[in-house]
Every structure is written in C-alpha cells, then in structure tokens.
Design a protein around this ligand. Structure first.
Ligand code: UDP
Ligand code: MG
Length: 332
C-alpha cells in the first residue's frame, strides 16, 4: 500500500524553460505538505527551448517528478491526455506550467472534493489579470455558451487548475481542443461538479501560446461536444428529423406546383419555388442517409471498443462485496 500514488499532478508544457525551476520551487513544498503520496507528470509538448533539459535535471534529483516528452508539438489537449493515461493517482490535478495558476490553491480543491464527494472540482479565476477585450470577454462568452449548451454550469471552463477523480480521467477521450470541455464531456458519464475561487496571476516568463483564433476552435468544439452529449447514441434522430421535415416540405411544395401546372394549366418552369422543392427533397433524402450511416458508425464505435453506452456508479447485488472491491476507488 505504501507506494500507491494518491495524487497525480499533470502539467502540459510547451516552451516554458524559464518557468520550470520556479514551478518546482512553488509546487513541491505544497505537495510535500499535503501528506499524501504523489507524482508530478510533466508533459513536454515538443518544446524547442531548454524546457526538457531542465525537466530532466529536476527528475534526476526528485523522482516524484516524471517527464513525458512528445516528439513534436501536439497541443495542450494531447499533453493532458498523455498525462491522464500515465497518472496512477486516485485524484488527478491539472495545472498550467506558466505559473499563472497558484499551486497553493491545490489544498482548497482537494478539501472541496472531499467535502462534497465531488468528481470534479474546478478552479474559478474570479479576479483575472488578463486584458479584457482579447482575453476575458471571449472567455466570458465561451463560459456562458458552454454552460447553456451543455447544461454543466461553470464560471470558468478555461481555468486549467482543476481536480478530477480517477474515474473521470480514465474514462473520457479527448480530441481537438476538448480539454476545456472536460466537465461537460464528463457529464456524459454522470459526474458531480463543483468550483472554488482560485488565484490568477500574470504570466511571468515566455508568452501565451494562443491568440484570438482559439475562440473559433472552441466554438467548433462546442458543436462536437453538444452533439456527442445529446445524440451520439442516436444520430438518426437528429439527422433523420431534419431530413424528414425538409423532405415533407419539398413534397408539399411539389404537390402545390403540380396543382398549378396540371389543374390551373400555368407554366411552372421558371418558378423559384420549383428549385426550392427540388433542393428540399434532395437534402431530405441526404440527411436521412447521413443519419443512417452515422447509426452504423456509432455501432462500430461502441462495439469495436466494447464501450458500453452507460456507466455504473454502484451495483448492489448478491455479489456486491466482490463488485465493490473491484470498483470502489480508495478514499483520497
Ligand atoms: N501548452 C502546451 N502545448 C501547446 C500550447 C500550450 O502544452 O501547444 C501549455 C503551456 O505551456 C501552458 C499551458 O499549456 O503550460 C497553457 O498555455 P498558455 O499559458 O499559453 O495559455 P493561456 O494561459 O494564455 O490561456
Ligand atoms: Mg497561461
């Protein structure tokens, strides 16, 4: 039991050479004082500066700190994903490497998690230090949009400082820029989420890796998340629904035009309505077909991975002790 890891801290990092040592100096004392066994997993996301050499130096003197080095830059989401894969802890904390998150907030997250038995505790940068127009406004808009479309209401999706129970990090699959949607994506496996205000600090070294373009990528990812959350096990219902509505409208217009042509004897060859009717009919057939193809894809997806369409929290049956022993995650 003694060398079981209770807490994993996952930190993706890209070209942050000057932040590495200060990060170690700030984070280590906090973790040592917690009195839990821990590991820190740094994911060097293809840095081109001295980040890796500095991380290696730290790993050589403190084996708590482990380093995964990517072959090239894959992005923050891939970094977190690699860290989650490797993490052994019952609880996983994510953190930025640029010192903008304050490691001293970690105990707050953990206390909150224990207090309400939450699966995710998210940091909320109540008092942000970044410029309003280029940073805080897009972020506020994104938080509002994500909260309303996914139903998981958080003030600060963008804050990397978050704590997750193992069940979350081991059961979600991340693509694109999806790391900021983890609480929303995780709602598909049924999680309890809470947030605590955390300290936000200005960047001390290096510069931000993102510009305003991120907003658009986040928007597209939001569409993906919304789709995955509501329709990923029944795609025909969304595509088929739209297809049927369009097709029906097309047929109605077609009947009307037939009436005009056959009964009233008027010419319909130059009517815009004719084009609309044809368009709606073709679109309708296509939508239904896409829905059917998606149904087949989704079946392949679930069955090839033996990925169930549900997640069990507890099972009370005759052999419940055995099941519990297998499933229960040890207390943090
Ligand atoms: N990061 C990364 N890979 C990337 C871009 C960023 O691992 O391709 C890391 C970066 O080193 C930092 C964290 O992700 O630790 C957040 O990035 P950044 O500080 O640039 O974002 P911001 O705080 O400006 O939103
Ligand atoms: Mg930052």
């Amino acid at each position: 039991m003694s060398n079981r890891v209770e807490l994993s801290v996952v930190i993706p990092l890209y070209n942050e050479e000057d932040s590495v040592e200060p990060l170690y100096a700030e984070l280590s004392p906090v973790l040592n004082e917690l009195g839990r066994t821990y590991e820190v997993i740094l994911v060097d996301d293809g840095s081109k500066d001295a980040s890796f050499a500095r991380l290696k130096a730290i790993h050589d003197r403190d084996p708590h700190w482990k380093v995964i080095r990517f072959r090239r830059n894959y992005g923050q989401t891939a970094g977190l994903s690699a860290g989650f894969e490797q993490a052994e802890g019952d609880v996983v904390i994510t953190l930025d490497a640029d010192l903008q998150n304050d490691p001293r907030d970690i105990p707050k997250l953990l206390d909150k998690m224990e207090e309400g038995d939450y699966d995710i505790v998210s940091g909320w940068r109540k008092d942000r230090k970044e410029p309003f127009l280029s940073r805080r406004l897009p972020s506020m808009t994104a938080n509002w949009l994500i909260s309303t479309t996914t139903g998981v209401v958080l003030h600060d999706y963008g804050c990397t400082l978050k704590a997750y129970r193992r069940v979350v990090t081991k059961n979600i699959h991340l693509y694109g820029e999806l790391h900021r949607f983890i609480p929303a994506v995780a709602s598909s496996i049924g999680v309890t989420v809470s947030e605590v205000p955390v300290n936000d600090r200005a960047r001390r070294f290096g510069k931000s890796k993102y510009g305003i373009m991120r907003t658009f990528r986040v928007l597209l990812d939001l569409i993906t998340v919304r789709f995955i959350l509501s329709y990923s096990t029944r795609p025909l219902q969304i595509f088929g629904g739209a297809g049927l509505a369009m097709g029906a409208l097309g047929i109605l217009i077609g009947f009307y035009l037939s009436y005009v042509k056959l009964i009233l004897g008027e010419n319909i060859g130059d009517r815009p309505l004719l084009i609309l009717a044809v368009l709606l009919l073709i679109l309708g057939v296509q939508m239904v077909s896409i829905g059917l193809v998606a149904e087949i894809v989704i079946r392949t997806y679930h069955e090839s991975q033996e990925k169930p369409i549900y997640m069990v929290r507890e099972y009370l049956g005759h052999d419940s002790e055995e099941v519990e022993a297998k499933q229960a995650s040890p207390e943090i």
